[in-house]
Design a protein around this ligand. Structure first.
Ligand code: SAH
Ligand code: SF4
Length: 362
């Protein structure tokens, strides 16, 4: 089988080239062709000797996932559905803003963690994405949008907030992050690449050593009773442990705060008493809050908090000195909002099995 070169970060590619008897600078050249020029055919890599191109054609490929669909919202949000085999598709969303362009990418086909308010979680789990399938999302979006006339990249930020729990697919995610940050890859700043986790404590510790990028934690509740209900992983890593892991992460993090995401669910976690409890909970963790009005999906069983409830909640946090943003819903008309990424997940039967495996591993 041909090696897919999109699965390697620079150190992996250098090693792979060494095994083929090629010099390290060739790996850098090929990285730049693949990720900066968007090349997927070795014949496009014109500064490589013909003999090397022929060798690569024989032994390797730039295996980009196939594009199944592309959509653009009235507000400029764009969404791509990529084919990841056997009828499965994953979604990637681009959100343009005045000062930045953020790409939201997926890490798994489905998700095993079963947060009750999340459409991806409801669909079950199929498998981890390979590093090539993760970075392939950036490859496609970059290909579609490229650079501005001023030679600035349209994508300035990446958030791993699409389908899946990134830290449950640790190695592939770290490889993809390494390509994002590499000057021969996408050259993104560590501060502008964010991993969002539902709170996998041991993997948060590993990430801070392996690839400390900005961290967002899906908190969603101010006490264990509520969090146990809506984020079942909390039963394994309760809030006290999660707060301690956030503190440890900050020692190495590129930013001096953690972002806490908090989905606003009517009547569940959105009362003033919850906001007050939250202030107490996070008192030792430098943080910002990002309140996410719940995005409904069919048969979710939840309602979005009222605008009034969100405003009051926000004000209580702000009065206590926190920076709070309320996430705007973008791409409504193309179902591109948080938690609405459905993709196509076949063969969900493996969820139960995978979930058990996950618990055993840690
Ligand atoms: N698995 C990771 C990252 C993907 S989800 C995590 O859970 O952090 C990105 C964010 O969207 C998370 O904070 C998630 O809890 C939130 N989310 C999921 N479903 C949602 C919904 N229906 N409405 C609003 N936010 C949702
Ligand atoms: Fe998985 Fe995140 Fe959805 Fe929870 S919120 S089910 S961890 S994708």
């Amino acid at each position: 089988m041909k090696a897919n070169l999109l699965n390697y970060d620079l150190s992996g590619l250098t090693q792979h080239f060494a095994e083929m008897g090629e010099k390290p600078f060739r790996a850098k050249q090929v990285m730049r062709w693949m990720h900066q020029a968007g090349a997927s055919d070795f014949d496009e890599m014109t500064d490589l000797a013909k003999s090397l191109r022929a060798k690569l054609q024989d032994k390797a490929e730039v295996g980009v996932p196939a594009l199944m669909a592309a959509q653009e919202s009235r507000d400029g949000t764009r969404k791509w559905l990529l084919d990841v085999g056997t009828g499965n598709g994953v979604e990637t969303v681009f959100i343009p803003e005045a000062e930045r362009g953020t790409l939201c990418i997926s890490s798994q086909v489905g998700c095993a963690l079963e947060c009750t308010f999340c459409s991806t979680g409801r669909q079950g789990f199929n498998r981890n994405l390979s590093a090539a399938e993760i970075i392939g999302q950036l490859w496609w979006a970059n290909k579609a949008m490229g650079v501005t006339p001023k030679n600035e990249r349209v994508i300035s930020n990446v958030v791993m907030m699409g389908m899946g729990e990134p830290l449950a697919n640790f190695d592939n995610v770290v490889t993809a992050l390494s390509i994002m940050l590499d000057d021969h890859g996408y050259g993104l700043s560590r501060r502008r690449v964010t991993v969002s986790t539902s709170g996998m404590v041991p993997q948060m510790d590993r990430l801070k050593e392996a690839m400390p990028v900005a961290l967002a934690v899906s908190l969603h509740a101010s006490n264990d009773a509520v969090r146990d209900e809506i984020v079942p992983l909390n039963k394994k890593y309760p809030l006290k442990e999660l707060m301690a892991a956030c503190q440890r992460y900050l020692v190495k993090a590129p930013r001096d705060f953690v972002t806490f995401e908090y989905v606003m669910l009517d009547g569940i976690n959105d009362k003033p008493q919850h906001a007050k409890e939250l202030i107490e909970l996070v008192k030792d963790v430098p943080c910002k809050f990002n309140l996410i009005p719940f995005n409904p999906f069919p048969n979710s069983g939840y309602d979005r908090s009222s605008n009034d409830a969100i405003r009051v909640f926000k004000e209580i946090l702000q009065e206590a000195g926190f920076v709070v943003t309320v996430r705007k819903t973008r791409g409504d008309d193309i179902d591109a909002a948080c938690g609405q990424l459905a993709g196509q997940v076949q063969d969900k039967t493996r969820r139960q099995q995978k979930w058990q495996q996950l618990l055993v591993q840690q």
